[in-house]
Design a protein around this ligand. Structure first.
Ligand code: ADP
Ligand code: ZN
Ligand code: ZN
Length: 840
């Protein structure tokens, strides 16, 4: 069926005046009708981009996308003219328009917001654009107050020019420094102003005319050229690079003209003649981005277990659209993916391979490139906008039949997907928090696949409860891979009772004697260790010993984190920074101490305890620069480094040969985090980080977990790698309290600078929702853990909607209506409400 016609129906009558309903990249829940100038009427197509004026006195310019063509003028306003048509052919496919519409409805936001995030800024040309919000940006981040204002502004407008930045910032602000800082924090993307349309880099290539792919024809040709040895020489040269009879598809890809020309003028003119005589043909190709990489490797050799897994997945795809590959860490899931990707690509369909942000910057891309070479596109938030546009165009042109990318890769213009792989499907970074659309890339991928009749493979060593539940219910297929590659065994996990060590006074700072002994032994063996503490900075609190004063953020209800390297106190929610006080600002005491520890402090203590050790730290603070991840990882891989200290960044997908010890700090804090998903999350995180140890055969890894309470059942489950046991217990809890996967959650966060106003709006909203939906479905309003952020008081309302009993669409539209009532209530001015569907 024609998707475009379902909602964005096309207009076919032969009218003179045309109107176009456009998607503008702004958070207004409607399309905008513009007039189509006569000379554009014939060329304008649904899915094409246009440039339009907008706002008072046409003061702004937007790139919009055509959603509908018709001839009924708007009734309540005078339609303005479209200024320019950017695309002769639809840039946005019918599938994408459908996706935008679905996402806006499902995630309760505006189509324009979806479009704004979906299109790389290089495709949203506007006369003033200069910087744009990074679609993969995650809050909370270290932002100064002004940076925060700027991002809020960027969320409203699609982009800001230099002039607008200056106006916003006021005189005296160092704009280049500001931009540099925001780019460093991955909050914005800067792009050059480009008025012209996208012109890909083309290379001229030459190939043998198809008829000469036949053996007889080719022999006849060579015979004929006996009398023209120079021309024959050119053909032979070509054949030495491209043996056409063995590989017609290589011939279709052709050869760079320069290879045949080399430097001699003789072969140049011979080639020209051969082209004129239609022996050779020339054609243009978009310049491949990875052309200088190693040529694709021959096939990978799957282990028996991997081959069996791959075959089972294919077999289950006969009956199921979605299959879960539950494979322990180090089982070689990637090799299974590669096998399946090769099959899908070979059958002519497109493949999308989604990875969490951090995993992608590291080692997997290299492995994939060895196999897929320049057929593979990479879509990544650290890529420049031009690179993103290139991948977009490469998908359209067929250059990239296979794309590996982060969550926003779901927006690429695929039209023939055969397979989508979602690796580490349990990863929460697949969910976008801010700005809208607050989508989950895994769930969007499943919708995409559904529309394009593609298969979805979800992979994880620690699947989300949602996914595993579906598999157990038979709605998804399930394939298990429970052996590590090359007979490596899972690490031996030991619990260190820090209560006992503290009592016996054997702790050295944060380190148990058990961990220190293990670290030392590991260094002596010249093996590497990873230490995990999910908290960055030096210490999370700074407190006066005499009067108990604690350093707090002036804008948020949290303590300030002490960063020793930068010698400042920082708020991890709003970016506020201040100097470190020498004396207590309340009582003047000099006994101001730090409490608790982050990665910086561990790094310091290691240097004191083992002065000769080489330590690296990987957390948000050390990885802001573009290639910082890679550098740290390469350095660690190089083997000179003894210990890598890091936050949850080090838990994801890293594969080091020489790591045989993992140490985990503060496990209790993860386990007791006040959230119904805490048990699931800590199992996932601790299992994943443990999985970094002992990935090579012949050397079992060791994991030491420091805890105050080794009896906790979750720790036992982690030791025994008992995912299924954990699932059985947790799923029972979820069912008892009607949490996902037994319900869907929608979180509404009411925000206002005045606590009373915020509370009033939240109370009213909750009361109205309770009236309509019943009290069992509404939780709150409740102040979140951090009740004030950036000077706004927050109240959360959680709505639980059962999966089958309720008409979800009707509930959502009811919620939206109640929210609109509040937002338009004059008594509740400037209340804002964030809607997060399927919140995590
Ligand atoms: P997982 O993603 O399941 O944790 P990986 O795919 O990273 O595991 O594989 C673990 C390691 O084993 C990698 O270094 C990988 O190169 C290696 N490996 C896995 N399967 C094979 C294979 N069939 N041939 C060669 N090396 C393999
Ligand atoms: Zn004091
Ligand atoms: Zn703050």
């Amino acid at each position: 069926e024609n998707l475009t016609n379902t909602l964005f129906s096309s207009f076919e009558a032969d009218e003179v005046t045309f109107f176009a309903d456009l998607i503008l990249p702004i958070p207004v829940p409607r399309l905008f009708t513009y007039r189509v100038p006569r000379e554009m009427a014939e060329v304008l197509k649904i899915g094409a981009r246009v440039i339009v004026p907008f706002g008072k006195n046409n003061g702004r310019v937007f790139t919009a996308v055509v959603a509908r063509l018709h001839n009924s003028p708007p009734t309540n306003y005078q339609a303005r003219y479209i200024t320019e048509v950017l695309d002769e052919y639809p840039l946005v496919t019918g599938y994408q328009l459908e996706l935008f519409r679905w996402m806006a409805e499902y995630y309760m936001c505006c189509v324009g917001e979806v479009m704004n995030i979906a299109l790389p800024s290089g495709l949203k040309i506007s006369s003033q654009s200069k910087v744009q919000i990074n679609p993969d940006f995650d809050y909370p981040e270290l932002l100064t107050e002004f940076e925060d204002t700027l991002l809020t502004e960027l969320k409203k407008q699609q982009a800001l020019s230099y002039d607008e930045l200056v106006r916003l910032a006021g005189a005296g602000t160092n704009i280049p420094a500001l931009i540099k800082s925001l780019v460093g924090k991955k909050a914005i993307i800067v792009f050059e102003e480009v008025r012209e349309k996208y012109i890909p880099k083309m290379v001229r290539k030459v190939r043998l005319n198809r008829t000469y792919e036949e053996k007889e024809q080719l022999l006849a040709l060579l015979n004929r050229l006996e009398k023209l040895p120079k021309q024959q020489e050119v053909v032979m040269r070509y054949l030495s690079h491209v043996p056409v009879q063995m590989n017609a598809s290589l011939n279709q890809k052709g050869l760079d003209k320069t290879i045949l020309n080399q430097d001699d003028t003789v072969s140049q003119s011979s080639l020209t003649t051969l082209i004129k005589n239609a022996v050779f043909e020339t054609f243009e190709l978009i310049q491949p981005r990875f052309s200088d990489n190693a040529p694709p490797q021959a096939e990978i050799k799957l282990t028996d277990a991997q081959r069996e897994a791959s075959q089972q997945i294919m077999a289950q795809f006969e009956r199921q659209n979605i299959v879960l590959l539950h494979g322990i860490t180090g089982s070689g899931k990637t090799e299974v993916y590669i096998d399946l990707i090769q099959q899908a690509v070979g059958s002519g369909s497109q493949v999308l391979y989604l990875l969490p942000e951090i995993a992608l910057t590291t080692q997997i891309v290299v492995r994939l490139q060895r196999v897929f070479g320049d057929k593979m596109g990479i879509y990544h938030s650290k890529f420049s906008d031009n690179e993103r546009v290139e991948v977009w165009k490469g998908v359209v042109s067929g250059q990239y039949q296979f794309v590996v990318g982060v969550r926003s890769a779901v927006f690429l213009p695929f039209d023939n997907l055969g397979l989508i792989i979602v690796d580490e499907e349990h990863e929460t970074s697949y969910k976008q928090h801010d700005p809208a659309p607050r989508y989950h890339a895994r769930d969007v991928a499943i919708m995409l696949a559904h529309w394009q009749q593609a298969k979805v493979l979800l992979g994880s060593a620690t699947p989300s409860l949602e996914t595993y539940h579906q598999a157990k219910q038979g709605r998804y297929g399930l394939v298990e891979l429970f052996r590590r590659f090359g007979d490596a065994t899972l690490p031996n996990i030991l619990l260190i009772d820090t209560k006992v060590e503290k009592r016996q006074k054997t702790m050295k700072n944060e380190f148990s004697s058990a961990l220190l002994t293990a670290l030392e032994a590991n260094m002596e063996r010249r093996e590497q260790s990873i230490l995990f503490q999910n908290r960055r900075g030096y210490s999370p609190y700074m407190q006066c010993e005499d009067c108990d004063w604690t350093a707090e953020c002036p804008n948020c209800a949290v303590s300030l984190t002490y960063h020793q390297r930068a010698a400042e106190l920082r708020c991890h929610y709003c970016g506020h920074k201040e100097e470190v006080p020498r004396i207590c600002p309340v009582c003047g005491s000099t006994k101001v101490r730090t409490i608790g520890f982050g990665t910086e402090k561990l790094e310091d203590q290691l240097q004191i305890i083992f002065p000769k050790s080489k330590v690296l730290r990987m957390d948000l603070d050390t990885t802001r620069a573009k290639n910082a991840y890679q550098q740290i990882i390469q350095e660690f891989e190089g083997g000179e480094i003894d210990i890598l200290v890091g936050t949850q960044m080090i838990t994801k997908g890293l594969d080091f040969d020489n790591v045989s010890l993992v140490g985990i700090f503060d496990a209790d804090r993860l386990i007791h985090f006040p959230d119904f998903r805490a048990t699931e999350r800590s199992f996932q995180m601790l299992t994943q980080v443990s999985g970094r140890a002992g990935r090579r055969a012949g050397r079992q890894g060791t994991v030491l977990i420091q805890t105050n309470n080794p009896q906790q059942t979750i720790l036992q489950k982690i030791i025994e790698n008992d995912y299924k046991g954990l699932f059985d217990e947790e799923i029972q809890e979820r069912q008892n309290f009607n949490y996902p996967p037994f319900s869907r959650l929608i979180k509404l966060t009411v925000r206002h600078a005045d606590k009373a106003v915020s509370q009033q709006a939240a109370d009213r909203l909750a009361a109205e929702l309770t009236d309509a939906l019943g009290s069992s479905r509404i939780l709150g309003p409740e102040q979140p853990l951090v009740e004030r952020i950036r000077n706004l008081f927050l109240f959360d309302i959680l709505i639980k909607i059962e999966r089958d009993k309720v008409n979800v669409k009707a509930v959502k539209s009811y919620i939206q209506d109640r929210i609109n009532d509040i937002l338009t209530d004059k008594g509740l001015r400037q209340v804002s409400i964030v809607i997060d569907v399927d919140c995590l």
